[in-house]
Design a protein around this ligand. Structure first.
Ligand SMILES: Cc1cc2nc3c(=O)[nH]c(=O)nc-3n(C[C@H](O)[C@H](O)[C@H](O)COP(=O)(O)O)c2cc1C
Length: 212
């Protein structure tokens, strides 16, 4: 039975990316599958510290690449403390067949809450190939190909490169609700219809993806 890990990272409780991951997860579970939820904004993971970097250096130095062997690189009390944070996060990730991530665009990139989680769970040459990743994004503006802001999209582009480069995962699907700021910013309020069309299409795609 395929297992889903659902992550949210929006600082808002009423948020477009949260609504999309919730829709995705609901559809996934309705299909008879299982799921685990982690809210990275409400319950942030701490930033990595020196103990974490020491574990990472040992993995590199000793050529340890299999997650099952990572505990052999945990040797000092500081490293044990770091590992006690990583272990449950990593176990949750490795147990998932699919991961759906709610990810707003913050300052052209991803929220710090998500980046901190990525820093914690990513180790040298680890492979998550075979897993599917779904990113449910929301952006205040539009970053579609051909729009003036498209070159500033370090949001989708960062995650796409990250998953390929660090997780060896190419099976990544992005779904974005665009122009969400049309609801709060009078300067772009005239684009509200485009936002609504984008949000509706994103929700439909989230459901399709969860049924895939
Ligand atoms: C800290 C912060 C930074 C933001 N930076 C950008 C940005 O660089 N570009 C953009 O289009 N929208 C930006 N926005 C708007 C959000 O992308 C937008 O509100 C989106 O809907 C947030 O996702 P959510 O609805 O899931 O919370 C920013 C919002 C916040 C709170």
């Amino acid at each position: 039975m395929p297992h889903l890990l659902q992550l949210d990272s929006s600082a808002r409780t009423r948020s477009f990316s949260r609504a999309l991951t919730a829709r995705f997860a609901r559809t996934w579970v309705e299909g008879g599958n299982t799921h685990t939820y982690r809210d990275l904004a409400a319950n942030p993971v701490p930033p990595i510290g020196e103990g974490w970097t020491q574990i990472c250096d040992t993995l590199l130095r000793e050529g340890i690449t299999q997650p099952a062997d990572y505990p052999s690189a945990v040797r000092t009390p500081a490293q044990q403390e770091a590992w006690s944070v990583v272990e449950p996060l990593l176990a949750e990730l490795l147990a998932a067949d699919a991961v759906v991530i709610g990810c707003p665009m913050y300052n052209y990139s991803v929220p710090g809450a998500l980046k901190t989680w990525l820093d914690q769970v990513t180790f040298p040459r680890m492979s998550l190939a075979g897993r599917s990743f779904f990113v449910m994004g929301a952006r205040g503006g539009s970053y579609l190909p051909g729009t003036p802001r498209a070159p500033f999209d370090y949001h989708e582009r960062y995650l796409r490169d990250f998953f390929a480069g660090h997780f060896a995962v190419e099976d990544v699907t992005f779904v974005h609700a665009e122009l969400t700021n049309t609801l709060v910013d009078p300067v772009i309020a005239h684009l509200e219809a485009e936002h609504r069309a984008s949000a509706t299409a994103a929700e439909e795609r989230a459901v399709q993806m969860a049924r895939r």
